[in-house]
Ligand binder design. Sequence first.
Ligand code: PMP
Length: 352
Amino acid sequence: MTFLNEKFQELTPYTPGEQVNEEAFIKLNTNESPYPPAQGVQEAVAEASKKLNRYSDIAVEAVAKPLAEYLGIQQNQLFLGNGSDEVLSYIFQGFTEKGIAFPDVTYGFYQVYSGLYQVDATVVPLEDDFSLELSKYDDLDGTVIFANPNAPTGIYLTQEKICDFLERHPDRLVVVDEAYIDFSGESMVSVIDQYKNLFVVGTFSKSRQLAGARLGFGVGNADLIADMNRLRFSLNPYNINSMTQAAGSAVLQEQDYVDQKVQETIQVREWSKRELAKLGFEQTDSQGNFLFAKHPKLSGEELFTALREKKILARWFNQPRTKEHLRITVGTQEQMERLVEALKMILEEVEA
Ligand code: PMP
């Protein structure tokens, strides 16, 4: 017996990584920052909680103004969402009449939203080395979306290649999901004024330590943002709660802390890549805050299970092209040293 509309009965929802007790596990499974938000952010949230009797600001001015300034754009080029997931959901809901195309190995929500909004989705295989070849999208119609750097592979595509594609297809919307760009190369936001068909999605969840606050954004030309707001004001104008607005505003005043933690993550990532390589892992050159690695002697599932037994959580995607890999979030240096130790022990047991 179900009251659910028939068209949703076959829906396959997104499977989030486990949220576990932090005391018991080293949590390297959901690409969060391992560092707490700066003290100033914590205080701002406490202060905002005093005014929870009032609705939140629908213009989200406290975030929009400093964020637009930081990004070097106008405020009318900026959209704010309840996590970048919500921003992405509006794209799938409202900008996909001619379909949407995305890679076979990428962020799982693209497929989920395609199902939810019953969008005609074309899945385009990545190359054998997991790189993204945009020319494969040339002969399709409609919107294109990809993550840059991609997840879970971490592979980064240069701005030049994306600009070439934007120029070849001025009538197609191109959405670049830059959830991990702060650990990587140059953001497409710097060329936003040149392309009316470009929409860039960002988040406060990874580099800004605010995954739990749910704050994401989109950058595009003013008409596109107005269209996004038409959808938002038809669903939930109060999508960013007051405490999140306070957190977002405060974190933008803590840029030094954020930059320092990003640099630390990059250093730990590169250290971890070298250590895993010494243990015989094969990896992509991930430019995100995570590694994407497999080992010739153990399957992805075996590795996942063995690590879990040692109280280390990584992410295993049971998909045809990724089932031998693990995606491992870059934690603190100490956490990664413990990961390397655990992997050594696991491999010794296999070889014994
Ligand atoms: N895009 C990509 C590529 C991601 O990996 C994630 C996080 N899992 C998101 C978007 C969503 O992040 P959030 O909703 O926390 O902003």
